[in-house]
Structures are given as structure tokens and as C-alpha cells.
Design a protein. Structure first.
Length: 382
């Protein structure tokens, strides 16, 4: 019962809010919102008097308002007067469609006005406006101008598909707008080890290609830049490993005495009466363990350089470390004194650590994570 009462109260509040919001919109001169809200209300409650009154009052005012706005625009010197008129006609047509899709609303306003013809004419006139604005922006030659030009050409194409040579202009604008970034090869300067950064380089490159999805940012490998004859990129991403070691070995020997946690059978004894019983006690063992640690660590620098003036606009360092270790050993005494883990260590044999290249790859994993996150945040600003 309480749940039902709560539902009724909540529903009443929603109804009151919907009605009052439509009336408020009308009172504040927001005629379009008043029409939309009253039509929505009439869909759920066709007999709602306040919604009917709001619609009857607001629709003529909305039509009058937007027609006046359009007339004022057409009489002005606004270079986008037709583009702005398209927006007004679309709102007028939206009201027309909303009323026609609501039986209660169409009974109140049986002849809402369609502005479809006027809308199509406005689009025909808006296309050259946006096309010319795109040409003007292209002529300025800057990256932001390219973005502006692209948006203008997109609008022109939306108003009149394939208007003039708009597809070609879209390509020109997109190229001008696009931040072109070359990812330089990552060198590994090491006389001691024959190491390759190819795996790390490929991972970083693939991340930039597939995870940073910005319309006006494009990444190039040096080979791609050469093939496309890209002589003047915007940014250069320069990276390199410095202060790194691979395979630094540390051997440690240690001994420990192990005592069983519980008493175990250690023998038997004969009582005076001749009975034979088992004897229990804690047992001990001396454990000899050899531990080998192989440490690999390094530092990667990142520099993002503006090609035109060679200014460094991002300068960071990222560190990574990987420690491989192996333990083996032997014991003297009772093996029952050893834990399961200690017994396993005693069963181990000495083994060779991974190859230097594998160790190099391992210590670069945390570097890759931090580096890609930094590049993602950096290029999401463009």
C-alpha cells in the first residue's frame, strides 16, 4: 500500500512539473519549449486543460517569433543569414511534426504550418555562404583556419550534397587542419649488448595509430613520411633509452635453521611393562639457499618538438625495472622440518636467466604504460 501511495505521489509530481514547466517556458518567452512540453504532456494526458491552453497560446507566438527572426536575418548583412535561417525553419518544422504526431494536439491546432519548402530554399542559399566562408578560411593558411574551413565545407555539403567541388575542398581543409606528427626511430646505444628496441617501437607506434583517435591529428613513421614526401611536419616525437642496465646479477647465499611446526614421530621406546610406544618430537633441518637476482632497469626520455622552430613542448622521463630471480638449495637434517616452499627450493637446479633481449622487453613494460598515457593526454588536446 505504501509503495502504491509513493508511486501515485511521484506520478503526480511529474505531471505537475511537466505542466508547470510548459507554462513557465511560455511566461519566459521560450515559445518553442512551451510547445514541445505541452505536446509531450498531451500525449500522456490528452484532456489536460493547462497543457491545451499552453499549446493554443504558445504555438502562434512561436510561429510569429521565428518568422520575425527570419525576416530580420534576411534584411541584415549577416554573412550567415541563410545558415541561421535554416536553424529557425528546422525548429518551425519540428513543431509542425510534433503537433501532427499528437492526436490531442492536432485537434487543437488542425492546420499547423509546414515550412519544408522554405527550409529547402534556405539550404540552397546557405550552401554558398558556408562554401565561401570555407574558401576564406583556407586562404589564411593556419591549422585552426583549416579546422574552420573543414567545418564550413561540411556544412555546405550537408545543405547541398556535393556542392561544387566541396569534396576536394574538404580534403584540402582536412590536410591543412591535421597536425602531422613523425614518430622517430628509438635508438638503443649499447656497446655491451646487442639489443633491439623494435618490439617496443612497434608497440608505441601501434598504440598511437589505433588508440589516439583525433580527426585532426595524424602520426607517421619515418618511412611513411618519406613515401608521402612530408617535408614539413608539425611535431617530431623523439625518444631514446638512457642510463639502462640489462642483466646485472646479484648472488646471495644464506642459511637458516628450520624446525617443524608440530611434533612428528621420531622413534619408539619400550616401557617397563614391555609395551612399545611411539615417540614424538619436533625435528630440525639446516637449510642452505642460493638466490640469484638479475636486475634490468632503464630510463626513457620523451621529447615532443615543434618542427618549425625546434621548440621542445614536452620533455619527460619514464623509468622501468624488472627483477628476475631464482632460488635453489639443499638441506641437512630431517626434511619434515621444511615447509612445502622450502622443499620445492631444494628440488630446484640452477638455471640460466632469460636472454638480455627478453629482459630488456620486460623492463620496458611499465615504461610503455606511462609513456602511452602521457602521449594520449598530450594529443587529446589537439
Amino acid at each position: 500500500m505504501r509503495k502504491l501511495l509513493h508511486y501515485i505521489v511521484l506520478s503526480s509530481l511529474v505531471v505537475l512539473t511537466a505542466c508547470s514547466s510548459g507554462e513557465k517556458a511560455l511566461q519566459h518567452g521560450n515559445y518553442f519549449a512551451a510547445v514541445s512540453k505541452s505536446v509531450d504532456r498531451l500525449r500522456s494526458n490528452p484532456d489536460k486543460i493547462k497543457a491545451q491552453e499552453t499549446l493554443l497560446s504558445s504555438y502562434p507566438l512561436a510561429v510569429q517569433w521565428y518568422e520575425k527572426e527570419i525576416n530580420n536575418l534576411q534584411a541584415s548583412a549577416d554573412p550567415f543569414k541563410n545558415t541561421k535561417s535554416v536553424d529557425k525553419y528546422q525548429l518551425l518544422n519540428r513543431m509542425y511534426n510534433d503537433i501532427n504526431r499528437c492526436p490531442a494536439a492536432i485537434r487543437l491546432i488542425p492546420n499547423p504550418k509546414s515550412y519544408q519548402y522554405e527550409l529547402e530554399q534556405a539550404k540552397l542559399n546557405a550552401a554558398p555562404e558556408c562554401y565561401q566562408a570555407g574558401l576564406n578560411a583556407l586562404a589564411k593558411g593556419g591549422r585552426q583556419d583549416g579546422i574552420n574551413a573543414y567545418n564550413h565545407f561540411q556544412k555546405a555539403n550537408g545543405f547541398v550534397p556535393n556542392y561544387k567541388d566541396v569534396q576536394i575542398k574538404l580534403e584540402e581543409a582536412e590536410y591543412m587542419a591535421t597536425l602531422k606528427v613523425i614518430i622517430e626511430h628509438i635508438p638503443v646505444n649499447s656497446q655491451k649488448y646487442k639489443l633491439s628496441s623494435e618490439f617496443f617501437q612497434d608497440q608505441v607506434t601501434q598504440y598511437l595509430f589505433h588508440n589516439i583517435k583525433r580527426r585532426f591529428v595524424r602520426f607517421y613513421t619515418p618511412k611513411q613520411a618519406e613515401l608521402e614526401k612530408l617535408e614539413y611536419p608539425d611535431h617530431i616525437i623523439s625518444m631514446g633509452f638512457e642510463d639502462f642496465i640489462v642483466g646485472e646479477t646479484h648472488d646471495t647465499n644464506y642459511e637458516k635453521e628450520a624446525i617443524s611446526a608440530d611434533s612428528v614421530e621420531v622413534g619408539s621406546t619400550t616401557l617397563k611393562n614391555g609395551d612399545k610406544i611411539k615417540v614424538y618430537n619436533k625435528v630440525k633441518a639446516k637449510l642452505h639457499i642460493h638466490k640469484r637476482e638479475v636486475i634490468s632497469k632503464g630510463l626513457l626520455f620523451l621529447k615532443v618538438i615543434e618542427f618549425g622552430n625546434q621548440k621542445i613542448i614536452n620533455d619527460k622521463r619514464f623509468g622501468g625495472q624488472f627483477i628476475w630471480f631464482h632460488e635453489w638449495g639443499h638441506f641437512n637434517g630431517d626434511e619434515r622440518a621444511l615447509s612445502k616452499e622450502e622443499l620445492e627450493i631444494c628440488e630446484h637446479e640452477p638455471i640460466l636467466p632469460p636472454a638480455h633481449q627478453d629482459l630488456f622487453v620486460e623492463f620496458t613494460k611499465p615504461i610503455y604504460k606511462d609513456l602511452t598515457e602521457e602521449l594520449r593526454k598530450f594529443y587529446n588536446r589537439y
